[in-house]
Design a protein around this ligand. Structure first.
Ligand SMILES: *Cc1c(COP(=O)(O)O)cnc(C)c1O
Length: 710
């Protein structure tokens, strides 16, 4: 292979984010320079930039990588050109009119910091599955030049936030272009002047992801910063970001020459978008507002994610008028008519403008993200349909899932490959595929799980050690970090955003009792934590501080670890190595939750409140439940009660089962539960199943006009 040819092939592989779920390609880049690979956040574009074509050729030669490069390159071409996909048989009606999927964040890989938490990772997993299934879908989001913050804890465990500029040159990104080759520039009129945005494009497997960016000449210095951070700034920043995402996103698709058959608004942030689609319809087809709205709503799918009333975006009417006034004029709407689209009671002038309400009013199909969340959402929004009984409210549910290939450890994948049907990775949403888990040797599964657990502990120690060094701590602390945790001990993981309803420190509500559990002489337990609190969430930061400071308490210093700067990379390490994943939100505030679904794939067991996805997943033998699936109006009562339930299930079920070993040293009953968990849950809570559900019950009907109900 010639020098240039090889360099071009590597560049092609790095330029399609397909690599983010194909371990062979990641290993290829890793093997070029393992140390830099890690230091560069596993970013192949950044890694390639460190090589000249000649040096890369030499290195590939040294490492005997030519065959693997050729093979990976061929696989990428095959993948991109393949026409035999699930969607070819099941979503033909979409044809050349793709689904346009709007989301304020996309969590695809740690090197692309345009996500903050669960919502983003869900969107990332959604488009990865759309790619795998061959679904005609394009995605629209915002380009955050600084992304979400990096978290550091100081010596007292206090969180500080650092924003780092993303280097565009290090990303597999290019300017989106119109059919005539010109770069796309979007202009949005407000009552207070105009706002410009350019559009970036990335290739995520077969899916094109577009990202709007307000950092362009012609904008005020303030507006150039508008899209730089996720969830930063005030109400005004927010509504302007949402104007760019919703209205700007629809304009961008039009400019690029994409005519979507379906619009999917993932959460209310993009709720203004359909108004621009209506405007296009009125202009192009000469429809009245009402008729255009009826058509557009029939094509629009809305997903709500928040069971907490305060979690829904609301704006004061003045802000809405400032930003949507010019569009309202074009639509021929009065001020009151526009406001009524965001109000439950159109006549109530005291109601602010709610993005979930406009999302519900502009779509014919709406869904929550788990069965329980569906019930909660119907109750919460029933006032929108006062003439209907609560259970008749048109909000269904499609439970969230995760992208198996992105979260499955390569070692486990190799084990499954031996027993599962050929090309099973293309069929992860089918239950039959996972039945084969019963053919796997329990001892082998256990051994691989323990290997992954060891790797996870090494990762935690490495991270803790560098955290200590950064803070300039003494040798004693560094030594503790190097030896914290024990691979033979039952290991619990807890990592997610530190929103207070998730109750990260519930397990530490009774220090004496948890001391006895963690330091039991024969059956000890240890816990790994990670997670960020929103910069403005002081109680959340306090939770972090109290957990991080446990390392100073001799009772807990070897048993508890807090890994800074939770992101997709930290998550992947933890979910692949823990024995138990703990989830104890205040029911019913966890709409779905997805991190526990990632654990399932790798053989970890869930220990969770019966909330979100777990309320419909738990069957008595595929994990553990905390409590009985009830809610209480008083937070104090439910915290007290759930704390007791948590201790009881740990002491009576989880710990004894883990340490009960047979003559071969295997925890037979535990391994049986691991297998039950994989066989009953992996397919159901995969994003392939989720996207297939969206396709059958939302996208196909919305594109073809069939009647539909989720
Ligand atoms: C999966 C994931 C989440 C979602 O976690 P929940 O348990 O659903 O709260 C959040 N952050 C990151 C980085 C993730 O990978």
């Amino acid at each position: 292979m010639a020098v240039d040819e090889m360099y071009d092939k590597c560049t092609s592989l790095a330029s399609n984010l397909w690599w983010s779920w194909v371990p062979e390609i990641q290993h290829l880049f890793r093997d070029l320079d393992p140390v830099r690979w890690r230091q560069l956040d596993h970013n192949p574009i950044a890694l390639l930039k460190e090589f000249t074509p000649e040096r890369l050729y030499e290195r590939a030669n040294e490492m005997v990588l030519f065959t693997r490069i050729n093979q990976s390159y061929r696989l990428l071409k095959e993948y991109m050109n393949s026409r035999q996909t699930w969607a070819a048989n099941n979503a033909g009606v979409l044809g050349a009119k793709p689904v346009a999927y709007f989301s304020a964040e996309f969590g695809i890989h740690e090197s692309l910091p345009i996500y903050s938490g669960g919502l983003g990772v869900l969107s990332g997993d959604h488009i990865k599955s759309a790619s795998s299934l061959g679904l005609p879908l394009v995605a629209m989001g915002l380009f955050y030049a600084q992304g979400y913050f990096r978290q550091h804890l100081n010596i007292d465990g206090h969180q500080s936030e650092e924003y780092i500029d993303t280097k565009v040159d290090d990303l597999p990104i290019q300017e989106a272009r119109k059919p005539d080759g010109e770069a796309v520039m979007i202009k949005l009129e407000t009552r207070d002047g105009s706002l410009l945005a350019k559009v970036w494009e990335m290739q995520v497997g077969r899916v094109r992801l577009f990202l709007l960016d307000s950092n362009v000449e012609g904008n005020t210095p303030e507006d150039r910063q508008l899209t730089s951070r996720l969830y930063g700034g005030d109400e005004r920043t927010r509504i302007r970001q949402e104007l760019v995402l919703g209205v700007g996103g629809v304009k961008a698709l039009h400019a690029i020459g994409i005519d979507p058959g379906v619009y999917h608004l993932n959460e209310g942030h993009s709720g203004f978008g359909p108004l621009e689609v209506v405007r296009q319809r009125m202009e192009e087809d000469g429809l009245t507002f009402e008729n255009a709205l009826r058509d557009v709503a029939a094509q629009t799918v809305f997903t709500t994610h928040t069971p907490v009333p305060a979690g829904h975006d609301r704006f004061e009417p003045d802000l809405v008028e400032e930003h949507l006034g010019p569009l309202r004029d074009q639509l021929g709407l009065s001020y009151e008519q526009l406001m009524s689209l965001g109000r439950i009671d159109p006549q109530n002038n005291d109601e602010s403008f709610c993005m979930t309400v406009i999302g519900l009013k502009m779509s014919r199909t709406a869904n929550a993200v788990s069965q329980l969340h569906g019930c909660v959402s119907r109750r919460m929004w029933s006032h929108l349909w006062p003439w209907r009984a609560e259970e008749e409210c048109p909000i269904g549910h499609i439970t969230n899932g995760v992208h198996s290939q992105s979260w499955l450890a390569p070692q486990i994948q190799t084990l499954f490959d031996k027993h599962f049907p050929l090309r099973w990775m293309d069929r992860v949403g089918e239950p039959e595929v996972w039945e084969n888990i019963h053919d796997v040797d329990p001892g082998e599964l256990w051994e691989i799980h323990n290997t992954l657990k060891g790797m996870m502990i090494s990762f935690v120690r490495r991270r803790l050690t560098s955290q200590c060094r950064r803070r300039g701590e003494d040798e004693t602390s560094i030594e503790l970090s190097r030896t914290v945790l024990d691979p033979n001990i039952l290991t619990i993981g807890f990592a997610r955003r530190f929103a207070t309803y998730k109750r990260a420190n519930l397990i530490f509500s009774d220090l004496d009792r948890i001391d006895q559990i963690l330091n039991h002489p024969n059956r000890p337990v240890q816990i790994v934590y990670s997670g960020k609190a929103h910069p403005k969430d002081e109680p959340g930061k306090h939770f972090i501080q109290s957990l991080a400071n446990l390392r100073k308490d001799p009772r807990f210093s070897h048993r508890v670890a807090f890994v800074e700067d939770y992101d997709i990379n930290v998550c992947r390490h933890l979910i692949q190595g823990v024995d138990v994943w703990l989830n104890n939100p205040r029911r019913p505030l966890e709409a779905s939750g997805t991190s526990g679904e990632k654990v399932v794939l790798n053989g970890g067991l869930n220990l969770s409140i019966l909330d979100g996805w777990w309320a419909e997943a738990y069957d008595g033998a595929n994990g553990f439940a905390i409590g009985k699936g009830t809610s209480h109006v008083s937070d104090e009562v439910s915290d007290e009660r759930d704390g007791q339930y948590l201790y009881e299930v740990l002491e009576n079920e989880v710990v004894p089962m883990f340490y009960h070993r047979d003559v071969d040293g295997l925890p037979r009953e535990w391994i049986r539960r691991m297998i039950n968990s994989i066989s009953t849950l992996a397919w159901r809570f995969s994003s392939d199943r989720m996207v297939m559900d969206y396709t059958r019950t939302c996208y196909v009907p919305a594109a073809g006009g069939l009647s539909c109900k989720v």
